[in-house]
Design a protein around this ligand. Structure first.
Ligand code: CO
Ligand code: CO
Ligand code: CO
Length: 306
């Protein structure tokens, strides 16, 4: 796969049975706890392989660490968090690289495999598909609330649990269905990544904003204006190709564009398969919902937020 339509990862066919998936992601700390940050950064990096329909095989650590400003055990605990998620993914750490840097950053370079016929792209949604989201949203707004000292411990615990949850389990259930397109929700926000799906497939997608699962209290935080700059940037960036129903509360619109760290999968599959797929996911504790629909052809791609 080339760079013509931007996707979650690069794919290179080795032979008729196997293609390599390669991806790289790193983050600045999103929590005060180094172990949790390591888990979240690793789950986030591994996610792009799952979004392509693949299985992660090997990973390498990428570390930028301010060795003068932070104690060494912060790095050790971060790497332990990452290692635990790598183990949970069934992948193998084979190396990495670290540099001294004023801003702490951590992530993984991940190599996965997939059968060349089973690659899931973000640009092949079909008219008549339903779109399933597999994690609640609002982590950007929650981070802003945490920085402002307004989030309660239970809010933080939920956000950390959601961000550190591997998309492996949703991906394994998804593989039992005939999925037309998939991506994961990260920096562009839910609406931005849906827009990418719409553009790539030249389709119109309707987003049912009221059906989107939200982290607890993020709606109230958004109403208080605790919205990261990235959400406004996302909304402005996609504005020519989106219609936002004027009836929607501004806080809900902000949430649709809120940049996510380690968000869920967006799965486009036949509408008639969607309820069973959601039910299977709910059975193992995944907060999955149908949040959208691919309604018609559209030469530029279009997102209707209602
Ligand atoms: Co991605
Ligand atoms: Co990525
Ligand atoms: Co090196």
């Amino acid at each position: 796969m080339g760079l013509a339509t931007p996707d979650d990862a690069g794919v290179f066919r080795l032979n008729d049975q196997t293609a390599l998936i390669q991806t790289l992601d790193f983050l600045t700390p999103v929590t005060d706890d180094p172990y949790e940050f390591g888990q979240i950064a690793a789950a986030n990096s591994l996610s792009d392989v799952y979004a392509m329909g693949g299985t992660p095989l090997t990973v390498m650590n990428i570390v930028c660490f301010p060795s003068c400003d932070l104690p060494e055990d912060v790095l050790a605990r971060t790497l332990k968090g990452g290692q635990d998620k790598i183990n949970e993914a069934g992948a193998v750490l084979v190396g990495g690289h670290s540099v001294d840097d004023p801003q702490f950053k951590y992530g993984l370079s991940v190599t996965g495999i997939v059968h060349p016929d089973k690659v899931l792209t973000n640009s092949t949604a079909r008219v008549g598909d339903a779109i399933i989201l597999t994690k609640p949203i609002g982590t950007g707004i929650m981070s802003t609330a945490i920085k402002a000292g307004l989030a309660e411990v239970s809010h933080i615990r939920e956000a950390v649990a959601v961000m550190s949850c591997l998309n492996r389990y949703a991906a394994e259930l998804m593989a039992r269905f005939s999925v037309n397109a998939c991506t994961d929700v990260t920096g562009f926000g839910l609406a931005g990544h849906l827009m990418e799906m719409a553009k790539g497939a030249k389709k119109q997608i309707t987003l049912y904003s009221q059906k989107v699962p939200l982290l607890e209290n993020v709606f109230a935080f958004a109403q208080m204006g605790l919205v990261p700059a990235g959400a406004h940037k996302n909304r402005a960036f996609f504005k020519d190709l989106t219609r936002i129903s004027p009836a929607l509360p501004l806080a809900l619109v902000d949430l649709m564009f809120d940049p996510q760290t380690s968000g869920g999968l967006l799965i486009s599959l036949k509408t008639e398969d969607a309820p069973f797929c959601v039910a299977q996911m709910e059975k193992i504790g995944i907060n999955a919902r149908v949040i959208g629909e691919v309604t018609k052809e559209n030469s530029t791609g279009f997102l209707d937020i209602i």
